[in-house]
Design a protein around this ligand. Structure first.
Ligand code: GDP
Ligand code: IMO
Ligand code: MG
Length: 429
């Protein structure tokens, strides 16, 4: 019995897709546990780029089965589009993709609400991906949502969706009579058509996973977003609406906690954040541009889901330490080391100073966080390409020092470092 989890340790986009793909080589089952179409996971195989939002990246490992767990919020229309994209590129999904009958459905009005709520917040907007994530989890908590088993019920689904549309339009009417704030007949038709196609994929995935555990299958849990976007532990309210840390993997699947053997924390060698909210080590000017790239490469820091430029800054090990603890990380995977290869000096934040006092843990109040000053350690850069290095111990001294600082501050060993988006561009311990 072996369950491993891959968790983002920053504000998302750490390179989880790449690490899931690497570890997926040995997996029988790869599972998404939370989040929804807000995620954008990139995997590059032999120059071919795959961007996955809802379906686990592990689908690209043809020996593996992909599961969308009960904790995910599933947009049926988007799911069908993604299945079609995969099938068109020769990746079969029939018989190797299962969607939980307990997963909540994102319906068109959830996306409308997402946009309206953002607009109502004005300059204090959260910068959501507008994928209907918050409103769908809201309906889940309010106990008014529709789930996979409703979609599977061919005789009743249309009636149920219509009733939800009508109730939703009443709520939306309170926002005013603007164009595009109501669901349309076309929206309904689109959902019903998607439901037809998705029906064969709906299953009791908890039972399926329990059987797999009993049969010693190797299960890989694919986290979405990052620890600092967690609804409890992140920079609330500038977070997403699910638990993006290890607890979400358990409630989002029904798997037993005692079965999780390894927790792989993915940490980008610098920090990025897309959307609004606090970011203590954020940079602007030339340094930010050097980290972001100019958009010529697919790995430059522009959102996979929304195309927005990501905010960039130095590595924050206060965040790294906090995320390592909450997730119980056993291994660290450091990505995008190559982006720092041209830097002469690199800053790393090792503490937060709050009016002369070093904070022991991540502050809950944003007012406190905003008063914190990052305390930096400056390290020399390695100033060379890393392409020919195979083992971490063969890295230039400066790069080794960088990784040692990360491991020391987080209290977790570095298992791999990655220097490019391709499967083979990875250095092992
Ligand atoms: P995820 O959401 O955590 O899966 O990350 P994204 O896919 O949104 O963003 C990570 C981007 O960095 C993708 O374009 C990856 O292909 C790319 N990437 C991953 N690891 C590396 C690396 O080590 N170096 C470079 N240059 N790109 C990488
Ligand atoms: P992956 O899995 C980066 C951010 C949004 C916004 C906040 C709330 O690719 O790492 P939401 O639409 O979830 O209500 O938006 O969370 N966000 C992400 N940022 N990577 C992601 O996913 C994200 N998913 C949500 O930008 O700030
Ligand atoms: Mg992403």
């Amino acid at each position: 019995m072996s369950i491993s989890a891959v968790m983002g340790m920053q504000w998302g986009d750490e390179g989880k897709g790449k690490i899931v793909d690497a570890l997926g080589e040995d997996a029988d089952i790869v599972v998404r546990c939370q989040g929804g179409g807000n995620a954008g996971h990139t995997v590059v195989v032999g120059g071919e780029i795959f961007k996955l939002h809802l379906i686990p990246s592990g689908i690209l490992r043809t020996q593996a089965v992909a599961v969308i767990g009960n904790g995910v919020v599933l947009d049926p229309v988007k799911a069908v589009e993604e299945i079609a994209m995969l099938e068109a590129r020769g990746i079969q999904t029939a018989g190797r993709l299962f969607i939980s009958d307990r997963a909540h459905l994102v319906l068109p009005f959830h996306k409308i609400w997402d946009g309206l709520r953002e607009a109502a917040r004005g300059k204090d907007n959260l910068g959501t991906t507008r994928q209907g994530i918050g409103p769908t989890y809201g309906d889940k908590a309010a106990r008014t949502g529709l789930r996979g088993h409703h979609l599977a019920d061919a005789g009743n689904f249309a009636k149920l969706v219509q009733a939800r549309f009508a109730a939703a339009d009443e709520i939306t009417a309170t926002y005013g009579d603007g164009v595009g704030t109501r669901t349309t007949a076309g929206d309904l038709e689109e959902v019903l058509q998607a439901a037809e196609k998705l029906r064969p994929y709906i299953a009791d995935t908890t039972v399926y996973l329990h059987h797999a555990v009993a049969n010693d299958k190797r299960i890989l849990l694919e986290g979405a977003q990052g620890s600092m976007l967690d609804i409890d532990f992140g920079t609330y309210p500038f977070v997403t609406s699910s638990n993006t840390t290890i607890g979400g993997c358990l409630t989002g699947t029904g798997l037993p906690p005692t079965s999780v053997r390894r927790v792989h924390g993915v940490l980008k060698a610098f920090t990025t954040r897309v959307g609004t909210g606090p970011f203590p080590t954020e940079l602007d000017g030339d340094l930010a541009l050097a980290l972001r790239g100019d958009g010529q490469h697919h790995w430059d820091e522009f959102g996979t889901t929304t195309g927005r430029p990501r905010r960039c800054g130095w590595l924050d090990l206060v965040v790294g330490r906090y995320a390592a603890r909450i997730n119980g990380a056993t291994d660290l995977h450091i990505t995008k080391l190559d982006i720092l290869s041209s830097f002469r000096e690199i800053n790393v934040c090792v503490a937060y100073d709050h009016h002369g006092e070093t904070l022991e843990s991540y502050p809950a109040a944003l007012e406190t966080l905003n008063e914190c000053r990052p305390v930096y350690r400056t390290l020399p850069g390695w100033n060379c390409e890393l392409g020919n290095v195979k083992k971490l111990s063969d890295l230039p001294t400066e790069a080794r020092q960088y990784l040692e600082l990360i491991a020391g501050e987080c209290g977790v060993k570095v298992t791999t470092a990655s220097y490019g988006p391709e499967r083979h561009q990875v250095i092992h311990a």
